[in-house]
Each structure stands twice: as structure tokens, then as C-alpha cells.
Design a protein around this ligand. Structure first.
Ligand SMILES: [Zn+2]
Length: 205
């Protein structure tokens, strides 16, 4: 389901190089403490109790690091989480955290657009997705396939963003918001079903 044809990659000449290391503006939303930790808020020290697995940053798009902060439509946080930007409030960004709450994030790498947004289904301790007979967990397989697909697409010079870069929950509306904010030409949600015999001819997640 990742074989859809995409358009010609956009040129990157208008993207200006501005490394973004911004001072902390504020950490908000006590109800979203896990997300604060996951987003890498410098002032947030309350990481105890968080079971969120820190995502890697290896899947972030090389085409996304050359964007002016004012043009940010999504953000790669210092810990590699991708979040949609609701508004630029320099030196920070108002974003939708993975939990769905609004947060003010002070640092990160802005993204202005993407050719392709890949959406590894499920994530986090509860939303595992299907579990195979051999113990293979769908959320892990989805992420692995998304990463490999992203690498292949980037090799072909498409800009690619993942809606989830680690093992944490992302609500559907946040996944969609990332693709919409980046005006992606293609949005592919990746799932692997594990139906019990006789299976189903209906799509599922
Ligand atoms: Zn699924």
C-alpha cells in the first residue's frame, strides 16, 4: 500500500539554511507531561513515570532542515517527534502535541512542506495494533516499513515526513493535521492486519 505514484519532487532552492536552536519560551500543559518529555522541553524535568520511548532522529528528512522558522508548518522536536505547527510565536512554536493538546515548544527544526507523509499506524503501550501468531507487533512493523520506505523515497529525492517516529501514541487527527499542514501530495497510512481465518475482504486497521 505504499506503491502509489507521487508527483515530481519540489525544488529546495528557496529553503534557506537556518539552524534553529531557540531559547526556552515556556512549558505548558501539566496534563500533557508525557508529551512534554517526549518533545524534549528543556525545562521539563518531570520525566519519571513516562513510559514513552524516545524516538530516534534518524528518520527525519534531510530536506526539512533548511526552512526559516517563520515558515514552519510542522516541527521536528529535539527528540525527533513530528508535530503540526498551529502558529509561529517566535522564538517558539505553538504545536499540537502527540496527545492532542496544544503546547508551546521552544526549539526544533521547522518543516514547511513534504511531498509524502508516511503514517505508521498505532503506537504506544495500548495501541499495539494486530499481534501476529509469532508475536510480531503491528506498530513495530508499521514503523520499520515506514522508515525503510522513507529512506527509499528520499533516495529518489522526495521529501518525506513520518507522523510517528517512535513508540508513542498519535491520535488520528494529529496524523492528519501533519499531512494537511505540510500540504503533502501523498499521505500513506501503513498497517498490517493479522486476520484470523478465513480472513476478511474488507479493509481494516
Ligand atoms: Zn493497524
Amino acid at each position: 500500500m505504499v506503491g502509489r505514484t507521487v508527483g515530481v519532487p519540489r525544488g529546495g532552492s528557496r529553503r534557506l539554511a537556518v539552524p534553529v536552536i531557540l531559547a526556552l519560551l515556556a512549558a505548558v500543559m501539566a496534563s500533557c507531561s508525557i508529551d512534554e518529555a517526549a518533545l524534549g522541553q528543556a525545562a521539563s524535568t518531570t520525566t519519571s513515570g513516562s513510559t514513552t520511548t524516545r524516538p530516534t532522529t534518524s528518520t527525519t528528512d534531510s530536506a526539512t532542515s533548511l526552512v526559516e522558522p517563520a515558515d514552519a508548518r510542522a516541527l521536528i522536536t529535539p527528540t525527533g517527534v513530528i508535530v503540526p505547527v498551529l502558529g509561529v510565536e517566535l522564538p517558539g512554536y505553538r504545536v499540537t502535541a502527540p496527545c492532542g493538546d496544544e503546547l508551546l515548544v521552544s526549539a526544533g527544526t521547522p518543516i514547511a512542506e513534504a511531498d509524502v507523509v508516511l503514517d505508521p499506524g498505532h503506537g504506544g503501550e495500548v495501541e499495539t495494533g494486530a499481534v501476529g501468531a509469532n508475536g510480531l507487533i503491528e506498530k513495530d512493523l508499521n514503523l520499520r516499513l515506514a522508515r525503510r520506505t522513507a529512506l527509499e523515497l528520499k533516495r529518489r529525492r522526495y521529501s518525506v515526513v513520518l507522523t510517528r517516529t517512535g513508540d508513542y501514541r498519535v491520535p488520528l487527527e494529529v496524523r492528519g493535521a501533519i499531512a494537511n499542514r505540510l500540504d503533502a501530495s501523498v499521505f500513506v497510512s501503513i498497517h498490517h492486519n493479522a486476520p484470523a481465518p478465513p480472513g476478511s475482504d474488507r479493509p481494516g486497521t
